[in-house]
Design a protein around this ligand. Sequence first.
Ligand code: NAP
Length: 96
Amino acid sequence: MNILVTGSNGQLGSEIKDVAASYKSFCFFFMDLPALDICNSSELDIFIAKNKIDTVINCAAYTAVDAAEENAVIAEQVNGAGVLNLVHALAKVKGN
Ligand SMILES: NC(=O)c1ccc[n+]([C@@H]2O[C@H](COP(=O)([O-])OP(=O)(O)OC[C@H]3O[C@@H](n4cnc5c(N)ncnc54)[C@H](OP(=O)(O)O)[C@@H]3O)[C@@H](O)[C@H]2O)c1
């Protein structure tokens, strides 16, 4: 099974990197900005199809809670639209 971990340099992604070695039957793809931006739907579609991704563990997020009030647009793009991009990209490769 191929697993994409987005936002993999963050706190949660880094923890998953640490435990991934214990799960040898899974093939992990650890990706973060700038190499893979979940707000870029065409980039995501290509990456997920090319690497035959089965599952995504989404650790990409806009996590500056206080700043999100001032930067509501970017917070929504990452935490809302970005997640939807992931769902659509996976659905395309799975034929849904
Ligand atoms: N940490 C916890 O204990 C914990 C517990 C439960 C749930 N969570 C949830 O897990 C998620 C991640 O939390 P975290 O603590 O790991 O946050 P974090 O340390 O802030 O990591 C988030 C990562 O996402 C990256 N990122 C931001 N925008 C992106 C984009 N458009 N495309 C791809 N990557 C992007 C960030 O890169 P930059 O740094 O370059 O912006 C960063 O590497 C959040 O939804 C959080 O609510 C965390």
